[in-house]
Design a protein around this ligand. Structure first.
Ligand code: HEC
Ligand code: HEC
Ligand code: HEC
Ligand code: HEC
Length: 211
């Protein structure tokens, strides 16, 4: 066989292969007719009834734990106003380390604000917004939102604060965390990655300084 013929045969084969591939590809990718496609059994219906979105509420009640338990083993709480209804509020306190009479050990690191930036000095069993409005502890999220509008808006749009359940509320309900599920109200910085011990040096290997 001379080289010219071999060359032509190869070109011929290559062209045939390319044509076969193109035809095959077109057949393979041919769209199926509309009435047979498989996703049509549950189309998204914007008017379908919606399941609710529930936001966890702050579990905290206006009690401090007395450290004692009742006969059934439940912790005994002491209401804030047991002590505070007869006590002048300290409007300037802004440092947990200055608490000597009670609430010792309360870790506070939140922008150096006074306690009464959030607590209602007229009724310590509630919180107070900057406009003077009093809100229950269960609505803490409103308190955070007034100073952290950016994060609150991201939270509302779903990009901050996480969620479980369904995006499509016609399929099922959705649950949202509240701010204090992740941030302590008193020391809100989100914990950084846990510190760990440095990796162990295996027996027989040298420490860098021994090189
Ligand atoms: C057993 C009594 C007692 C109870 C119950 C109690 N407190 Fe207090 N609280 C005190 C005392 C005493 C101080 C002052 C401590 C100090 O300055 O050393 C104080 C201080 C405070 C302060 C700092 C500002 C200020 O007015 O001195 C805040 C805020 C506060 N308490 C909130 C609360 C809240 C909220 C609760 C309920 C969840 C509560 N307390 C329950 C006794 C109590
Ligand atoms: C940024 C707002 C904010 C500030 C500032 C603040 N608190 Fe609170 N505090 C809260 C919220 C909200 C709760 C309810 C508990 C929760 O959601 O974790 C609470 C709960 C408490 C409680 C009852 C629960 C507990 O931890 O024993 C006490 C007591 C208290 N605060 C005292 C203080 C004192 C004293 C200061 C100042 C040193 C202070 N708080 C500053 C928002 C605040
Ligand atoms: C009255 C205004 C005010 C309220 C109410 C308030 N904050 Fe803050 N927050 C601040 C200030 C001021 C800082 C400090 C900003 C700084 O240091 O740059 C801060 C800082 C923070 C930080 C960053 C902490 C860090 O060190 O990285 C978080 C998280 C936070 N707040 C969460 C909350 C949450 C959750 C609530 C509701 C319980 C809340 N804040 C309520 C004013 C507020
Ligand atoms: C599921 C947990 C979670 C919830 C719920 C949550 N956050 Fe955060 N937040 C975080 C994490 C994680 C960070 C980032 C911490 C970091 O980068 O160090 C953060 C950061 C922040 C900061 C500091 C931003 C900065 O740039 O320093 C603020 C302020 C804040 N969150 C406010 C809020 C408020 C207000 C709410 C409620 C509306 C909320 N967060 C709910 C997890 C949460």
């Amino acid at each position: 066989m001379n080289t010219n013929l071999l060359y032509k045969t190869c070109i011929g084969c290559a062209i045939a292969l390319i044509i076969a591939a193109l035809v095959g590809g077109v057949i393979y990718y041919a769209p199926e007719p509309d009435d047979t496609h498989e996703y049509s059994d549950s189309p998204w219906d914007p008017n379908a009834p919606k399941h609710p979105v529930t936001i966890n509420s702050t579990p905290s009640l206006p009690f401090v734990d007395s450290g004692r338990k009742d006969q059934a083993g439940n912790p005994i709480g002491v209401r804030c106003n047991t002590c505070h209804s007869s006590k002048e509020p300290n409007l300037t306190l802004n440092n947990g380390a200055l608490l000597h009479e009670f609430h010792q050990g309360l870790h506070y690191a939140h922008g150096g604000m006074n306690c009464v930036s959030c607590h209602n000095p007229d009724d310590y069993e509630s919180l107070r917004l900057a406009n003077g409005e009093s809100i229950p502890f269960s609505e803490t999220i409103q308190l955070c939102a007034q100073c952290h509008g950016t994060q609150y808006r991201s939270y509302r749009d779903g990009s901050h604060g996480g969620m479980t359940g369904y995006w499509d509320l016609s399929k099922g309900p959705r649950q949202r965390n509240t701010c204090t599920d992740c941030h302590s109200a008193h020391a809100p910085a989100y914990p950084k990655v846990m510190p760990v011990f440095p990796p162990k040096v295996r027996e027989g290997s040298k420490l860098p300084s021994q090189h």
